[in-house]
Design a protein around this ligand. Structure first.
Ligand code: AMP
Ligand code: MG
Length: 531
């Protein structure tokens, strides 16, 4: 691996090299040594991510691999450091947060001249650890490792995960915040992304009125990651470029959220410190997947009261977060109308894309206004009849036009019957029959005009509706087994989730509704931030 640590080189770093919790001013990062673990052990690694770093999967077997990717052994070129950011948590300004348990090892410049930052999560304390320990437990590390790769394979913008290593040491955690802490196995995930910069990096500099560094940081971010916005690479960056930068952040964030809503992902902690400037899904904590469609569902027990981060609120929260970023960028773009126009781009991008996705999910090739009414009735129907989101859309693809236009109502319902957690009552049956009839009529027009047939339609739908997602209980089963020393389920899920849209009949048992035992079990439907 070839390192070229641009972030460190181009931005001021903390002059204090001592590692103790503190406020860090006038710099954006602090050098820090990861902890040396005596016996780190590799549990899983991702071949495709290794390839981004010019590493072959043969390296996974080397004893140094687990030492390197737990932070215990530093390679030449690695310059470990933690960065300084702030954030709005649950709607309130929280001041300095920072990489409390994330340590960047540096930026790999690969043989295609792409830059990939390596970041260890759980490799020990940093100046930003506040009162916490800087470590991560196995359960949350398994969840982050599996989900970031699952999301990538679903086509959702996300940070990646190279490796999952057991540290060999125990970590004390109060999982339910009920005064009963337990010792749990510690682990480190090596995350990989072009950048881990968050909205909160801009917010902390702006909140502290450190406008010089805000400008330097924004300029550097643009030069490293938004170089396509520059007309003159060496020229001064002006207000117009800052605005184009912010518009792009608004648009990529909209794309990310439209994908989350498409696949049924609930992030759980959409604080501004967990929002990536590149529009990547970042910081997998108490996230979850919708099973029975419920717009009000949040997997995060810490958010159970206000449900700020519930499924259906995510598009609105992203906009709120972007408005905080707009505030932070105001010193560089001192024009409220311009900032507002960028936020309008978020709305427009999100609305257009989500309409397109929602149409394609039910098999229409493009969005047309005459489908709005049919589409708008669907969420309520799905919610009231307790339909499993993933299963419903895959079963809907199985209808033929003949079936949809047939008079045989019993048979018509049976195609989607397996998607429901409860048997449908008569009224629900009737509502579904009405919806399906109308659906068939609109499809008929599409078939005639666009020249589509049942087979084509199924292909279109199955390309956007995953058959397999990382259901909350699936991750929990893999975690329980790994805690007992058996990591085979983690490997099986990695295989399964590589091709989420493919039929994969050998994995058919995972195309099933959430089992009853998982409905109220910790880790399956309720997660705390303790990780
Ligand atoms: P999160 O809610 O996981 O996004 O974390 C919010 C803030 O708390 C970030 O600054 C994290 O780095 C920090 N944090 C979370 N867990 C720990 C930990 N175990 N040790 C140190 N800092 C932590
Ligand atoms: Mg975070």
């Amino acid at each position: 691996m070839r390192f070229d640590n641009r972030f460190l080189r181009d931005l001021p770093e903390d002059s204090n090299s001592e590692n103790y919790p503190r406020q860090v001013f006038q710099s954006i990062s602090s050098r820090v040594k990861p902890k040396v673990f005596a016996n780190p052990e590799l549990i899983a690694a991702t071949e495709d991510v290794a390839a981004l770093l010019d590493l072959s999967s043969a390296e996974f077997q080397a004893p140094e691999f687990s030492r390197i990717f737990s932070g215990s052994h530093l390679l030449p070129g690695m310059e470990p450091h933690a960065t300084c950011y702030g954030g709005h948590q649950f709607g309130h300004w929280a001041g300095q947060l920072g990489d409390g348990r994330a340590i960047n090892l540096g930026e790999v410049k690969n043989n295609r001249n792409e830059y990939w930052t390596l970041q260890l999560k759980g490799a020990g304390p940093t100046p930003y650890s506040r009162t916490a320990d800087g470590f991560a437990v196995l359960r949350s590390s398994v969840r982050e490792f599996l989900c970031s790769e699952a999301m990538f394979c679903l086509g959702v913008p996300t940070t990646r995960a190279l490796s999952l290593v057991l540290t060999g040491e125990q970590v004390r955690r109060d999982m339910f915040y009920d005064g009963n802490p337990q010792m749990e196995p510690g682990a480190v995930v090596c995350r990989v992304a072009p950048s881990f910069t968050r909205f909160g990096h801009f917010e902390i500099l702006s909140a502290r009125q450190d406008i010089n560094l805000l400008k330097q940081f924004t300029d550097t971010t643009i030069r490293h990651h938004f170089v396509h916005l520059l007309t003159d690479i060496n020229g001064e960056i002006n207000q117009e470029i800052y605005l184009r930068f912010f518009i792009e952040v608004c648009k990529t964030t909209a794309v990310m959220i439209a994908h989350w809503m498409r696949v049924g992902f609930v992030h759980g902690v959409m604080n501004t410190d967990n929002m990536s400037i590149l529009g990547l899904t970042i910081d997998y904590g108490p996230y979850g997947w919708l099973e029975n469609v419920d717009p009000n569902w949040t997997p995060n027990t810490t958010d159970a009261q206000g449900k700020r981060y519930r499924f259906a609120n995510q598009p609105q929260v992203a906009l709120w977060n972007l408005a905080q970023l707009a505030n932070a960028l105001y010193p560089l773009i001192p024009d409220v109308d311009l900032l507002q126009s960028a936020l309008d781009e978020y709305r427009k991008t999100y609305t257009d894309l989500s309409k397109q996705y929602q149409s394609q999910k039910i098999g229409f090739t493009k969005h047309m206004n005459d489908r709005d009414e049919l589409l708008s009735r669907l969420p309520k129907l799905l919610q009231e009849s307790e339909a499993d989101m993933t299963i419903f859309y895959r079963l809907l693809a199985n209808y033929s036009m003949e079936e949809l236009s047939s008079e045989n109502n019993t048979e018509k319902i049976s195609t989607i019957a397996d998607a429901f957690y409860q048997p449908l009552n008569d009224q629900q049956k009737q509502e579904w029959l009405d919806w399906l009839t109308e659906y068939g009529q609109l499809l008929q027009a599409d078939y005639v005009i666009q020249g589509i047939d049942d087979k084509n339609r199924k292909k279109i739908m199955n390309a956007i509706n995953p058959k397999y997602v990382l259901r909350n209980y699936m991750a929990q089963v893999a975690i329980d087994q790994a805690t007992q020393g058996d990591c085979s389920e983690i490997h099986r899920l990695m295989e399964l989730l590589k091709k989420p849209y493919d039929e994969q009949p050998e994995f058919q048992q995972y195309f099933a509704k959430r089992p009853d035992w998982a409905k109220h079990k910790a880790g399956c439907s309720m997660l705390s931030c303790s990780s």
